[in-house]
Design a protein around this ligand. Structure first.
Ligand code: HEC
Ligand code: HEC
Length: 337
């Protein structure tokens, strides 16, 4: 856990140049503007990003036939047309079942930057993560065999796997989930905030700059830092207990640590907190101040931080609606039970 430090800003630091420096000093890091540098950050040497994999991964991400019911795709709960999440409190999957721990679906946008995946950090990367939801009963409720059968039943998918991995590819469950993860690696959303930290001093409005200052000054960046403004494990209930802690049984990992959610696109990812119990962003900011920093964040400060959060809404990668291959007589039939 990083030590919580209160940063006192000097008059000089109120100018944009030093605000950039102050931000960097507390570990806030922009998405690099150079494509080569960005690629280094998002690539996985064990599953290198290629056009063919990304294109196929996108289709698999969108294909509800991977689920038992034939109705639920990754995109059902991580909707890329909005914030990369589902906008409901407890995530809801197969047969309308809620997540058994009342967990809210986090966004997949920028998840590539996280040190670990899931609220308790139990998966180390996107490749490891993608295996979970397909099989989880309250989510897609499929089996490994079902998923392999669905994909191999459609010649177009088989052809695309060959194109992505070579003629002799063996289409296994992990090959399929690795391909989905490959697609997720490109889901990064550069925002005005990045342009600012990369040196364009006018990329933020005066109000947003003020909000960033407040965010740094009161100590929010002690946990929300790095490229994702989150993504690492940290403690909750530092100074007081989260007021909805008793909704669901989630208590973090075995050491009580919780994955700090990213603040990128935060204006698009309500409801907030692990159990999705807070809908209003200002309330979430105030609750953070109370439980994590032991301070009362005033209405004015919360408003100002919210202004800053507006600068974290990024440009989503351009996606063209992919056309999925038609089912064949071999494609497993949907099972609604
Ligand atoms: C029924 C809704 C649902 C479906 C379908 C679903 N997810 Fe999720 N996803 C969740 C929930 C809920 C969590 C958090 C669960 C936890 O922490 O235990 C999550 C977590 C994640 C995370 C981790 C993000 C983070 O901040 O830690 C990623 C990445 C992700 N899902 C990708 C996927 C992919 C890829 C698929 C399709 C193969 C998928 N999800 C299908 C609900 C869903
Ligand atoms: C000690 C570490 C720490 C500090 C300091 C901290 N946070 Fe958080 N923040 C977290 C963790 C951990 C969560 C997830 C809590 C949960 O869901 O149970 C979180 C969640 C959030 C969320 C909800 C995100 C979502 O998608 O659900 C927002 C918004 C937020 N923090 C903003 C802030 C602001 C603003 C400050 C400063 C006032 C701040 N945080 C200070 C660790 C911290």
């Amino acid at each position: 856990m990083k030590k919580i430090v209160a940063i006192t800003l000097t008059t000089a630091s109120l100018m944009a140049g030093s605000l950039i420096q102050d931000a960097k000093n507390v570990g806030l890091t922009p998405i690099p503007s150079s494509q080569t540098q960005l690629l280094k950050l998002i690539d996985n040497p064990k599953n290198p990003i290629t056009k063919a994999k990304v294109k196929l991964g996108e289709k698999l991400y969108m294909d509800p036939r991977l689920s038992r019911s034939g109705l639920i795709s990754c995109n059902t709960c991580h909707n890329l047309m909005e914030g990369g999440d589902d906008g409901v409190g407890p995530s809801t999957g197969h047969m309308w079942r809620h997540n058994p721990h009342h967990l809210n679906a986090p966004t997949v946008y920028n998840a590539v930057f996280f040190g670990s995946q899931f609220w308790d950090g139990r998966a180390k990367d996107l490749e490891a993560q993608a295996q979970g939801p397909t099989l989880a009963h309250p989510e897609m409720a499929a089996t490994k065999q079902h998923i392999v059968d669905v994909v191999t039943s459609m010649p177009e998918y088989v052809k695309e796997f060959k194109k992505a991995y070579g003629e002799n590819v063996k289409i296994t469950f992990s090959k399929i989930t690795d391909t989905i993860a490959n697609f997720e690696r490109i889901l990064v959303t550069p925002a005005p905030y990045d342009a600012f930290l990369n040196g364009y001093k006018e990329a933020l409005t005066p109000k947003q700059k003020k909000g960033l200052k407040t965010f740094i000054q009161i100590g929010c960046a002690s946990c929300h830092n790095g490229v994702a403004l989150g993504g690492e494990m940290n403690v909750i209930n530092v100074a007081a207990t989260y007021k909805y802690m008793n909704v669901g049984d989630f208590k973090g990992n075995k050491n009580g640590m919780v994955k700090v959610p990213t603040l990128r696109n935060i204006t698009q990812t309500a409801p907030y907190f692990h159990n999705g119990m807070i809908w209003n962003l200002k309330d979430a900011i105030k609750e953070m101040g109370r439980i994590q920093l032991g301070m009362k964040v005033s209405d004015k400060q919360a408003e100002s931080i919210k202004d800053f959060f507006g600068s974290l809404t990024g440009k989503k990668p351009y996606l063209r609606m992919p056309m999925l291959p038609a089912s064949t007589s071999k494609t497993p039939k949907p099972n609604l039970n």
